[in-house]
Design a binder for this molecule. Structure first.
Ligand code: UT7
Length: 323
């Protein structure tokens, strides 16, 4: 059977680093509060010349270079983002143009912080359905542009960045030893849409709007939703937490990550953490964390890796793959 196998990863972060102490001059907060409640120590913030498209382009170029491939070796680009350069066209087509890809197709996908997990699952279906052989899945965000910099309950949490994963069709036996994507579960529940949203849009206010979040409410639901969707992915694949080599969760809050890993019985040393360095980069957080763990040699070929995300909507999901 056809499997979607990871061939390379790429990452891009804005030049400017904003530490917690830098934020203490913007809103009434402290390094101590931010570290204790979230685990975040710093985040990257895009300068005027850095956009979702430029960061996505840089991550795309890095993944292509590592794979030793040309842009026209790709059939499809899926960009997960909630902060596109323009309302339309899709920022994915801008990235397509910027890297010089003149064939295939490209589109954006919007599932907020779960965007990358939704996008990689979609890419897997295109590959297994035979419509694409190589798909570049990018998560790129510039949340700094939609933050209310007077709201200390949200502006300290987010950062900007981009990560990319290049998937390629390969042969598998249809069992757990196969390389590539093995199982996935996606969920959404629009009943929670007011708990994490942006208060603007083209069809309502005609403005871009700012991010609004009932943090405590999101927190309350997060661990249950995350562990639920992971358990359903485990049962699809017939595995337990002990079979995993790496857990690469969405990087929103260290306390949510730790509580989810504990509830699932995933050992601390298998958990990839970047929230301290990047803050919450929404759809970019999982591919950025994946890229970091591949670059430093933790994730190696043959490892069983679990991805997970949860965010606005609510949307949530998990993907199990063998590297
Ligand atoms: O990626 C999408 C998913 N999003 C998330 O997963 C976020 C989920 N939520 C969270 O991570 C946490 O709820 C937060 C980190 C947002 C907040 O942590 P918390 O422990 O739930 O704090 P809280 O909202 O209950 O606020 C506690 C106190 C409040 O003061 P009072 O009412 O107790 O006097 C806040 O006003 O902390 C205050 N506070 C702050 N203090 C200093 C809120 N933000 C700040 C701040 N600095 N930046």
């Amino acid at each position: 059977m056809i499997r979607s196998i990871v061939r390379a990863t790429g990452a891009a972060l804005p030049r400017r680093v904003m530490k917690n102490t830098d934020l203490a001059g913007v809103v009434e907060t402290s390094d101590e509060w931010i570290v204790q409640r979230t685990g975040i120590r710093q985040r990257h913030i895009a300068s005027d010349d850095e956009t979702t498209a430029s960061l996505g382009e840089a991550a795309a170029r890095a993944a292509l270079a590592k794979a030793g491939l040309e842009p026209n070796d790709l059939d499809l680009i899926i960009l997960a983002t909630s902060t596109p350069n323009n309302t339309f066209p899709a920022t994915a087509v801008e990235i397509q143009q910027r890297i010089g890809m003149t064939k295939g197709f490209a589109f954006d996908m919007q599932a907020v912080c779960s965007g990358f997990v939704y996008a990689i699952t979609t890419a897997d279906l295109y590959i297994r359905g035979g419509m694409a052989k190589r798909v570049l899945v990018i998560g790129s965000e510039t949340f700094s542009r939609i933050l209310d910099w007077n709201d200390r309950s949200t502006c300290v949490l987010f950062g900007d960045g981009a990560g990319a994963v290049l998937l390629e069709a390969g042969e598998g036996e249809g069992n757990l030893d196969d390389r590539g994507i093995i199982a996935a579960s996606l969920r959404s529940d629009g009943q929670h849409k007011q708990k994490l949203y942006v208060d603007g849009g083209p069809s309502t206010t005609g403005t871009v709007g700012h991010l609004r979040m009932e943090g405590r409410e999101v927190f309350k639901h997060a661990v249950g939703m995350i562990t639920d969707v992971i358990e359903s992915t485990f049962s699809q694949a017939g595995i337990t937490a002990d079979d995993l080599d790496w857990f690469v969760p969405h990087q929103a809050n260290r306390r949510i990550i730790d509580a989810s890993a504990k509830k699932l019985g995933i050992a601390d040393e298998k958990v990839v953490i970047t929230v301290d360095q990047h803050g919450n980069t929404s759809a970019a957080s999982v591919p950025l964390a994946l890229s970091a763990a591949v670059e430093d040699g933790r994730i190696k070929q043959g490892d069983l890796v679990l991805l997970e995300a949860m965010g606005g909507g609510f949307t949530w999901g998990a993907v199990l793959l063998r590297w």
